[in-house]
Design a protein around this ligand. Structure first.
Ligand SMILES: Cc1cc2nc3c(=O)[nH]c(=O)nc-3n(C[C@H](O)[C@H](O)[C@H](O)COP(=O)(O)OP(=O)(O)OC[C@H]3O[C@@H](n4cnc5c(N)ncnc54)[C@H](O)[C@@H]3O)c2cc1C
Length: 375
């Protein structure tokens, strides 16, 4: 099987990139997406907390998140007639005595244009009832939204397929060799030849880089735990995302009056099928109890997923500095959904050496270039 481009991984990264390239040049390029699992979206993409919030990931991620808003909110009609976002609002909250965190947070985003309003207790308790004493200040981000992640991912896959991209599942890439100017890849019992590789393998991106003998970029997977709680009182749909400014938890209301809660854990692990640890579930509930007076009746669901980071915690988009036929699209950390549209458009312009679309024009590609790891 011969292709111009082989994309490794069909999560949000691979799917969004496949769509963008195929939209630009489907008549000139044959593209295959190789996915190890039975179905795409089994790993990080299917396990996210599903929010879009501009401050999440820090000021060097925010431009990617902001630039993705228009696509997520009002995508091309073939994607969705209604868009993928639903207004939520985020309360970035602090304990008494943590004013330095609040000041630092506001300073970090002072030039960003992100709407942020300092709130006192009475404003907070109007939308976060049962708030315990000692949590009296917050920064409110009204623009935070929920993302319909599954619909977005499926829409990218469908749109890519319509443009001729082949998706091959149960095709775990096992070997990669560069011979006579082309890649030979073995995956799922097949041998595939491709002129270029795009590494969108999420937690396995470092492993794929090593397999291809390109610049060794360490992409470290970190386990993050999520629990779904049944509580008394239950959540209400108008509650916001509540994020601790000290990075110790977040929670938000979910369908049926439940909460989704994370202890914001980051445990370095080897790539694999992440599962939650009881300890992290207990820590999550303890932290929830420290901020709201809400009884936890049951953990109705728990899961874990991998957020994968380069050493500087910025994503890696671009051609390998030593191997011009290998493109990195990795290190999407905890922001790979909310940044997907702009990231894929930026990466397309780098991959095809074409002019950037308006939303990606002001992004600083140098920040995310793999060349920063050369030497
Ligand atoms: C608990 C949690 C909460 C999160 N919350 C949010 C959030 O609210 N908002 C947000 O924007 N982001 C969030 N994220 C981050 C987001 O989920 C990720 O950044 C994003 O899903 C990464 O997409 P990906 O395609 O790179 O990875 P993945 O979805 O993991 O896809 C990579 C794919 O590559 C495949 N693969 C790997 N190795 C091979 C191989 N050798 N051969 C073939 N295929 C291979 C895998 O099977 C996998 O399907 C969260 C993550 C977690 C874990």
């Amino acid at each position: 099987m011969n292709y111009d481009v082989a994309i490794i991984g069909a999560g949000m990264a691979g799917a969004s990139f496949a769509y963008e390239i195929a939209s630009a040049v489907s008549d000139q390029y044959s593209i295959i997406m190789l996915e190890a699992e039975d179905q795409p979206g089994y790993h990080s993409t299917g396990r996210s907390a599903a929010f879009w919030t501009e401050s999440y990931g820090g000021p060097q991620i925010q431009p990617l998140t902001t630039a993705s808003f228009d696509f997520l909110n009002d995508p091309p009609k073939e994607f969705s007639p209604t868009g993928f976002l639903a207004k939520r609002g985020a309360v970035n909250i602090m304990r008494d005595g943590e004013d330095h965190l609040l000041r630092g947070f506001l300073t970090e985003f002072a030039e960003s244009g992100v709407t942020m309003t300092p709130w006192e207790r009475d404003r907070i308790t109007a939308i976060v009832p049962n708030l315990k004493a000692g949590w009296d200040k917050a920064v409110y981000e009204p623009d935070c939204c929920d993302i319909d992640v599954a619909a977005l991912h499926m829409a990218y896959l469908r749109a890519a397929k319509r443009r001729g991209v082949t998706l091959s599942c149960k095709a775990r890439v096992e070997t990669i060799e560069h011979v006579d100017g082309a890649w030979t890849i073995t995956a799922g019992g097949h041998v595939i030849r491709a002129k270029k590789i795009i590494n969108a393998a999420g937690a396995w991106a470092g492993e794929i880089g090593r397999m291809a003998s390109v610049t060794p970029i360490e992409i470290q997977p970190m386990r993050r735990t999520m629990v779904q709680l049944r509580t008394n009182p239950p959540s209400t749909p108008e509650m916001p995302l509540v994020v601790a400014l000290d990075g110790s938890f977040y929670f938000k209301p979910e369908a049926g009056g439940s909460f989704w809660l994370s202890p914001h854990d980051e445990t370095p692990v080897t790539p694999g099928d992440a599962a939650p640890e009881e300890w992290d579930v207990a820590v999550a509930i303890e932290r929830f109890h420290s901020v709201v007076d809400i009884e936890v009746e049951a953990v109705s669901r728990k899961w874990a997923g991998l957020r994968s980071f380069a050493p500087d915690r910025l994503p890696v988009y671009g051609f390998d500095p030593q191997q011009a036929d290998f493109f990195w699209f990795a290190g999407q950390g905890g922001f790979g959904i909310q940044t997907a549209p702009a990231a894929a458009k930026l990466a397309k312009s780098l991959f095809l050496d074409m002019e950037r679309e308006a939303c990606a024009r002001s992004l600083d590609a140098g920040l995310y270039a793999p060349a920063r790891f050369a030497g």
